[in-house]
Write a new protein. Structure first.
Length: 202
C-alpha cells in the first residue's frame, strides 16, 4: 500500500522542501530518504557523454580514439572540440574486423586536450562529465517492508542537475540533445533503500 509523504509546497514552486527536523536517521521520512539517495548519487558520480561507436577501431577505452568521419559521433566530437576538450585530425584507418586488403576508412583521430583530461569522469574511460545530480523532490514512497530481518522501502524521486560543467555552456555543447536532456533533470526515478544502523542507504 502506498502512502503519501509529507511535502511542503508554495504557490510559486512545487518542489519538495527537504529540511532537517531532528528526526532519527532511521525514521522513514522524506528527509532521510533524500539524504540516502543523495549519498548514492554522489557515489555513482557525474552524468556524462561519450562516443556511441567506442570500440570500432580499438578495444582500448582511452584516448586517442578514431571515429568515422561521417558517423553519428561527429556532432558530439565537434561540440567537444569547440568546447576545447578534444582536437580532431583527419585520418584513415581500418576497423578492427575489416579485411587487411579492404580500403582504409575516412576517420577522425580524436585527441584529448589538457582541459579534456580534467573533464573526464575517469582517466580510463572516454566519458566527459556533464553535471552531478541532487534530489529535487521525494515524489512518493511505499510503506517499509521487512525481508529476512531487514527493512526495505521503495521510493520514487525526481532529481535536478547541479554543478553543470563549464564546457556544457558553450554554444555547440549546449545544443547537443544529450546535454540538454541531462541538464533538464529527471523524474519518476524508482529505487529501493535498505535500513542500516547508520540510516537508510541505497
Amino acid at each position: 500500500m502506498r502512502i503519501k509523504l509529507m511535502a511542503i509546497f508554495t504557490a510559486a514552486a512545487s518542489t519538495f522542501v527537504l529540511s532537517g527536523c531532528g528526526d532519527n536517521v532511521t525514521d522513514p521520512t522524506p528527509e532521510n530518504y533524500a539524504k540516502a539517495i543523495n549519498a548514492g548519487l554522489e557515489k555513482r558520480g557525474c552524468l556524462g557523454i561519450g562516443f556511441a561507436s567506442n570500440n570500432l577501431y580499438s578495444h582500448d577505452d582511452v584516448f586517442p580514439v578514431k571515429i568515422d568521419r561521417n558517423g553519428k559521433d561527429v556532432e558530439v566530437a565537434r561540440a567537444l572540440e569547440a568546447a576545447g576538450l578534444v582536437t580532431l585530425k583527419a585520418d584513415k584507418a581500418h576497423r578492427m574486423f575489416d579485411f587487411v586488403k579492404s580500403p582504409l576508412r575516412d576517420v577522425y583521430t580524436v585527441e584529448l586536450t589538457e582541459a579534456g583530461k580534467k573533464a573526464l569522469k575517469s582517466a580510463d574511460r572516454r566519458y566527459f562529465c556533464i553535471c552531478d545530480r541532487e534530489v529535487e523532490r521525494i515524489e512518493s514512497a511505499e510503506d517499509p517492508v521487512e525481508v529476512r530481518g531487514r527493512r526495505f522501502v521503495k521510493v520514487t524521486y525526481s532529481w535536478k542537475a547541479v554543478n553543470a560543467r563549464d564546457w556544457t555552456k558553450t554554444e555547440a555543447a549546449s545544443a547537443l540533445p544529450e546535454v540538454k536532456e541531462t541538464l533538464a533533470g529527471g523524474s519518476g526515478m524508482r529505487i529501493s533503500l535498505k535500513l542500516m544502523k547508520e540510516g537508510w542507504v541505497w
